[in-house]
Design a protein around this ligand. Structure first.
Ligand code: DGL
Length: 264
């Protein structure tokens, strides 16, 4: 299976898939050269992701593709499915379970600016959270804070507080469920939880994506992979640091490579 994200956020999806389908070989494409996706125009995002994924699948054929990025999933899935003959699974912000679990009827959706203003999210809110008051927060810099934190363990807590500040407004004090609508954000789970308070449950989409993938793969999901796991590619930029290769291997990948996959 191929996973794609703008960066290392998709690792939170890869981990959930590995928990559920430990034998499945995962190849990962981190499009750091175009990070962050949250600020890109939809047309550029669709063209870029379709090209990248099509070339990746041609180089390493797989049984399915997971777009491990909410921002991309909100816009590219129809075009990508039209280009590929294998299943494509996307990530959807977990608005439905958050609304179902809320007792106060006040929920939040924390995501990239692109995701919060998408028609897709508006539709999910209308369908599944019609009874709730919903605060949508488009956080311009939160994915970059997560990238930094994963790389070297440093976190600018003032910047984090600024990204989360719309949630602190008095009108949202009854908020009890917060959807982490970007795959990078579970990497900052503890820091976000400490800032929003223990009365707020953080809800992400990792397990739901893993279940969906298992369904679409059927027997193929049981296929045992090669012992060393799949490969992690980055299109460039901040990952060109030898020290990070060890972190990537610790995530279950055999190797980290800069550039796009070549046919084998
Ligand atoms: N990880 C991505 C998502 O789930 C996007 C982060 C970004 O590139 O802006 O939305």
């Amino acid at each position: 299976m191929w996973l794609l994200d703008s960066g290392i956020g998709g690792l939170t999806i890869a981990r959930a898939i590995r928990r559920r389908l430990p034998g499945l070989v995962q190849h990962y494409m981190a499009d750091h050269a175009a990070f962050p996706y949250g600020g890109l125009a939809s047309e550029s995002l669709v063209a870029r992701v379709c090209d990248l994924v099509t070339r990746a699948v041609a180089a390493h054929p797989v049984d399915a593709v997971v777009i491990a990025c909410n921002t991309a999933s909100t816009v590219v899935l129809p075009a990508l499915r039209a280009r590929l003959s294998i299943p494509v699974v996307g990530v959807v912000p977990a608005i439905r379970p958050a609304a179902a679990a809320s007792t106060s009827g006040v929920i939040g959706v924390l995501a990239t600016p692109g995701t919060v203003k998408s028609v897709h999210v508006a539709t999910l809110i209308e369908r599944f959270a019609g009874d709730c008051r919903v605060v949508k927060v488009g956080a311009p810099g939160l994915a970059a804070l997560a990238e930094q934190y994963w790389r070297d363990g440093t976190l600018d807590t003032d910047a984090l507080a600024r990204e989360l500040s719309p949630l602190q407004a008095p009108e949202w004090h009854a908020l009890d469920q917060l959807v982490l609508g970007c795959t990078h954000y579970p990497l900052l789970q503890e820091a976000i939880a400490a800032m929003v308070g223990a009365h707020v449950t953080l809800v992400d989409s990792g397990d739901a994506v893993a279940r969906r993938l298992e369904d679409v793969l059927g027997d193929a999901s049981l296929k045992q992979g090669d012992s060393g796991g799949g490969r992690f590619y980055t299109t460039g930029g901040p990952m060109e640091d030898a020290g990070l290769a060890a972190r990537i291997r610790a995530e279950g990948f055999r190797a980290m490579l800069v550039g796009e996959p070549a046919p084998v």
